[in-house]
Design a protein around this ligand. Structure first.
Ligand code: NDP
Length: 245
């Protein structure tokens, strides 16, 4: 119970990596509010797992790409929790297209969720988060490594949030708020199923020869949220089974 009594928000906690993180946070003792875009059924399943672990859980529908909705969700979540110690920016989208077939709309879509949402959520959290708190962003190895065509915008969004983390680590160091980025390689979720066509390209490039599991990413998130990670800030940590080496 490394996180006993902590109060946590996970954006995009209804499915995939975010759902696994929300469940692990609860298993380790935290109360958890998740946000989601539209999948209320999946959100309710995550909340059921949180409450089964004996912790308080709430779900808030909020589009991360809408700065006002994102800020309102963070404030409502902190109200429900009675404070805020851990903010996990996980909500994300990927829409691959090579530059000859790409568009400004695709740029705005991916930057809206993956970058604007992280910025607006952090801005809203600063007056609420406790000194010594944690901000953890789910980035991607695509911030620095691009093994296929079509990922330019997605990779740029993930490079942008790595920049945020380094800057915010400096800004928030005096308060002891640690800011880090988890950069997964391929993880088996609805976004990137291990049995999908994309996986045929990616799996042979993974040293361990398999996709990651959401629970493996959640284990790192819980570590970074815990006291054991007390001297890690501004870091971008790859967790990719040897995909980008
Ligand atoms: P999924 O598509 O499986 O789940 C996405 C989650 O984000 C869902 O909970 C979804 O809510 C939510 N979400 C999507 N758009 C919005 C939005 N506009 N507002 C609020 N919530 C939103 O994705 P993954 O679990 O695979 O990805 C999670 C994070 O990990 C993302 O940031 C992704 O970029 C990153 N990542 C994933 C990798 C992978 O291989 N899977 C590799 C590297 C990084 P709802 O259920 O309501 O739709």
């Amino acid at each position: 119970m490394k996180l006993q009594g902590k109060k946590a928000i996970v954006t995009g906690g209804s499915r995939g990596i975010g759902a696994a993180i929300a469940k692990r946070l609860a298993e380790d003792g935290a109360d958890v509010v998740i946000t989601y875009a539209g999948n209320a059924e999946a959100a309710n399943a995550t909340i059921a797992a949180i409450t089964a672990a004996g912790r308080a859980g709430h779900a808030i529908q909020a589009d991360s790409s809408d700065p006002q909705a994102q800020a309102a969700a963070i404030k409502a979540a902190a109200d429900k929790l009675g404070g805020l110690d851990i903010l996990i920016h996980n909500a994300g989208v990927a829409a691959f297209a090579s530059i000859g077939h790409d568009s400004i709309d695709n740029l705005r879509h991916q930057f809206g969720v993956n970058v604007d949402g992280v910025f607006a959520g952090t801005l809203a959290a600063i007056p609420l988060i406790s000194d010594g708190g944690r901000i953890i962003i789910i980035g991607s190895v695509n911030a620095h490594s691009m093994p296929t065509p079509g990922g330019a915008i997605y990779g740029a969004t993930k490079a942008a949030v790595a920049g945020f983390a380094r800057g915010w680590a400096r800004d928030l160091g005096p308060r002891g708020v640690l800011v880090n980025v988890i950069q997964p390689g391929p993880v088996d979720t609805d976004m990137n199923p291990a049995d999908g066509d994309f996986a045929k390209l990616l799996t042979p490039q993974i040293a361990l020869g398999r996709y990651g599991r959401s629970e493996e990413i959640a284990a790192l998130a819980v570590f970074l949220a815990s006291d054991e990670a007390s001297f890690i800030t501004g870091a971008t940590i790859d967790i990719d089974g040897g995909f980008s080496i």
